[in-house]
Structures are given as structure tokens and as C-alpha cells.
Design a protein around this ligand. Structure first.
Ligand code: AMP
Length: 209
């Protein structure tokens, strides 16, 4: 199954993707995680995009498309994938159309106020990428990852000044993809406001399997 997860930052795409990858037995490909790994590894690409991510802007299409093309060519993506955070622009969606045939685009719907609430409480384990929320999904010990014992961090782009900007970027550049994929007959809407288990169940039901 070739899936795209669409929706504003903080809608829970990454959380649902980590459940869905087990359910469907396909890899979860998050362009945000790929970029963050490059930054952590201090690669040339990482150095190029570090400031862009910190400010909540989009990495140029040419760089992002090349990275995704390379990732989709890997063996584990041959039998399907979940693309999370890509495409984010019409140009990226056009490029993706030339690379693969999609089965569905899941649109995770969540209002602005709830997005801000979710993003500002989000914390992450830097080495594993595991996500927590101060209110909705806190770690067992405050500020500490349950598995690794490492201190949790707040992503630079989850800080208040970057959140508003990321939402504006989403509305301007990414939201037009909803109409794009509606026209392609691929869009399925999911209400992203309930618990992850509920959202997952909605998605499985709407994808029929
Ligand atoms: P995410 O983890 O999906 O919220 O992505 C974090 C950041 O990575 C974004 O704010 C962008 O700076 C960058 N990024 C991720 N995916 C893309 C994309 N498809 N196009 C451009 N920039 C991206």
C-alpha cells in the first residue's frame, strides 16, 4: 500500500504512522526525520538545512525531492510505504506522481488551536525520535525517555515563535494539496482530534484493511 499522510504539523501523523507501519508492514518515511538525521550526523545536507528547519521554513523542493526519490528506491519501500511530511508543495506532489502510483492520501484534520496545544507540549527523545506530550502522553519520569533514560528535548521548531510560522507555511504551501488530491480521487479525510487509537481505527476503516 502506497500512502501519503497529509495534515498540519502536530496532527499526529508521526504517531499514527508508527502504528500503521506495523499494521500494514510497510516503512514509515518521514522527511522531517530524514532531515533531522542529516543534521544530527552533520552531513553536508544536514548543514545546508539546519537553519531552515529551526525557523520552520520549507527546504527547497529540489533538495527534498532528490532525497525522497533516493529513499523510495530502497528495497524496503518496494512493497509500499507511508510518506509522512511529503509532499508539502504542489511541485513535490507533481514530482511524486512521476515516481510512484499512490493508493490513498490520508488527510488528518485538526484545527489551529488544537495544533498549537499539541505542538507546544510535544517532547522528543533525540536518539530514537520517540514522541511524548506533556499532557496527553507524558513519560513515566518527568523529562526522561522511558526506554533510553535520556533527557527529552523540545524541537526548536516546536517553540512558540516557530509554531505560528509553520502553521502559516502549512496553510499557504501545503493545504492546496487537499484540493489537488481530491481532484486525483485519492483523498480520504480522518478526524485527527480523538485519541491515537481512535484515529488509527478510523483510518483502517476508511482504507478498508
Ligand atoms: P516535520 O517533522 O514533518 O514537521 O518536518 C520538520 C521540518 O523539516 C519542516 O518544518 C521543514 O523545515 C522540513 N521538511 C520536512 N518535510 C519537508 C518537505 N516535504 N518539504 C520541505 N521541507 C520539509
Amino acid at each position: 500500500m502506497n500512502l501519503v499522510f497529509l495534515g498540519p504539523p502536530g496532527a499526529g501523523k508521526g504517531t499514527i504512522a508508527s502504528q500503521a507501519k506495523k499494521h500494514y508492514g510497510i516503512p514509515h518515511i518521514s522527511t522531517g526525520d530524514l532531515f533531522r538525521n542529516h543534521i544530527k550526523g552533520e552531513t553536508d545536507l544536514g548543514k545546508q538545512v539546519k537553519a531552515i528547519l529551526a525557523g520552520g521554513d520549507l527546504v527547497p523542493d529540489s533538495i527534498t525531492i532528490a532525497m525522497v526519490k533516493e529513499r523510495l528506491a530502497e528495497d524496503d519501500a518496494k512493497n509500499g510505504f507511508i510518506l509522512d511530511g511529503f509532499p508539502r508543495t504542489i511541485a513535490q506532489a507533481e514530482a511524486l506522481k512521476m515516481m510512484v502510483q499512490l493508493d490513498a492520501v490520508v488527510n488528518f484534520e485538526l484545527g489551529r488551536e488544537q495544533v498549537i496545544k499539541r505542538l507546544s507540549g510535544r517532547r522528543m527523545c533525540k536518539s530514537t525520535g520517540r514522541i511524548y506530550h506533556l499532557t496527553y502522553d507524558p513519560p513515566k519520569r518527568e523529562g526522561i525517555d522511558d526506554e533510553t533514560g535520556e533527557a527529552l528535548i523540545q524541537r526548536d521548531d516546536d517553540k512558540p515563535e516557530a509554531i505560528e510560522h509553520r502553521l502559516d507555511v502549512y496553510l499557504e504551501q501545503t493545504e492546496p494539496l487537499i484540493s489537488f488530491y481530491k481532484r486525483e480521487g485519492l483523498l480520504v479525510d480522518v478526524d485527527a482530534s480523538p485519541s491515537p487509537n481512535n484515529v488509527m481505527a478510523q483510518m483502517v476503516s476508511v482504507l478498508k484493511g
